[in-house]
Every structure is written in C-alpha cells, then in structure tokens.
Design a protein around this ligand. Structure first.
Ligand SMILES: [Zn+2]
Length: 235
C-alpha cells in the first residue's frame, strides 16, 4: 500500500519533468509530436525521416553525439542513429554508389538532430559561426543537413582532411588554403561529389553539407527512440 501511494505521489512529478525537458524558448513552429510528424508525412512522403543505414548500402556511422567523443564531452543522443528526409537519403545513396566505384565510402558523423540538442549546443558554445542559432534552428533539425567524410574501404581509414570533425577553427573553413596540397585535394574531391548530387558545403565547416531546398522541411524535435518506434509501427 505504501509502495502504491509512493508511485502515485511520484508519477505527476515524472510527467512534469518530461514536459519541461522538451523546451521551445523561442516559440518556433516545431514538429514535436508524432501526430504532427505523421500528418506531414501523410501530405508528402518526401517528408519522412528515413534511417540512412537502411537506405545507403554500406554506410559507416560514427555518430559522435551518441558518445562522449564530441566537443561537449557529453552524450547528447540516446542512440547512434542517422536519419534524413527521404530525398536527402536518396542523394547520399547516389554519392555512395559513385564513391564505391573508386574504393571509397561515406562516413556519417551527424544527420538529423533533434531541436533539443541544438538548444544544448547553443548553451555551451553561443557562437553562430560554429553552432546554429536556436532562434532559427539548425538545418540538421530539418533532416536536411549531414556531417560527413570519406573513408578508404580497403584500409577503413578516413581520407586526410584539413581538421578533425567539429574542430572549431579557421582551418575548418572550406576556403582555408594554408594546407598541404593533398588535404586541399581531398577536401575539393568531397565538395565536388557532394555538389554534384545536390548538396552545398557550409562556409565554416568542410564536413557540413546542406541539401537543396532545405528550407521546405520543418524543424523537428523528436527523439531517435520516437522515430524508431514510429518507423517500426508504420512498416
Ligand atoms: Zn553540421
């Protein structure tokens, strides 16, 4: 009896803490319930966030925000998943196909990012050159941006790039030229193949690419667990 009354006592607190976890301090129009998401997808199937592991054959995932190996030194995502809107995922599959003909493949650092993570990054960095402004949201929140690099399939090693992932310095700019020729060539190769398939590189990060018409996609704030459960039941 005591146990039951304790559960009843704690339950409203738990429900309350769930609702304050997902905040929207800038009152953005967020797709933050499964119902809203389902409605979007029913209007246009292109709005579906699809699992890159299912759509891009052989894709390598190194989802840093699902580990402590990222600039926050904290685990931000509950699962190492990479989702993107269907046309973005299909374009990545075309890039992958072309790379594999040359013995290479894509490695994804980050894809769709729930809006709550954008709020966390802003609280830590507070500089719009390197993290998205939370009052407008990130293109990652729209499922239309990807952070990636290229891997040599034979060795499993990344090609040599000017910086590591999420190095917030001027060397990360795709225009930075005080580098060995091979690093410039590798960066140019990545940018060229991504551009060919509808992506454009971000001006301060060689690893970040936005897909064309990114602004037609809404800002989403659903967790990977919510998306995984939804995709399972809608199959
Ligand atoms: Zn990015």
């Amino acid at each position: 009896m005591i146990v039951r009354s304790l559960i009843l006592w704690f339950m409203p607190i738990f429900v309350f803490s769930q609702s304050v976890t997902n905040t929207n301090p800038y009152n953005l129009p967020l797709t933050n319930t499964i119902e809203k998401y389902q409605n979007e997808v029913s209007i246009n199937l292109d709005y579906a966030l699809v699992d890159l592991a299912e759509v891009v054959p052989g894709i390598i995932l190194d989802i840093r925000y699902a580990t402590a190996n990222n600039f926050t030194h904290d685990t931000i995502y509950e699962l190492p998943k990479a989702y993107a809107r269907r046309p973005v995922a299909e374009a990545l599959a075309s890039v992958q196909k072309e790379l594999r003909r040359h013995g290479m493949g894509l490695k994804i650092y980050d894809a769709y990012r729930p809006y709550q993570a954008t709020l966390k990054f802003w609280a830590l960095v507070g500089d719009t050159q390197f993290v998205a402004a939370p009052w407008s949201g990130s293109r990652h929140n729209r499922g239309a941006a990807i952070d990636l690099t290229i891997v040599i399939l034979k060795t499993g090693k990344d090609i040599d790039m000017p910086t590591g992932y999420d190095e917030f310095s001027e060397k990360a700019s795709p225009k930075y030229m005080q580098l060995p020729e091979s690093q410039i060539a590798n960066r140019e190769y990545l940018i060229k193949i991504m551009t060919k398939h509808g992506f454009s590189v971000f001006s301060s990060e060689w690893w970040h690419f936005d897909y064309k018409n990114w602004d037609k996609y809404s800002l989403i704030d659903l967790s990977f667990t919510q998306l995984m459960d939804y995709n399972k039941t809608s199959k």
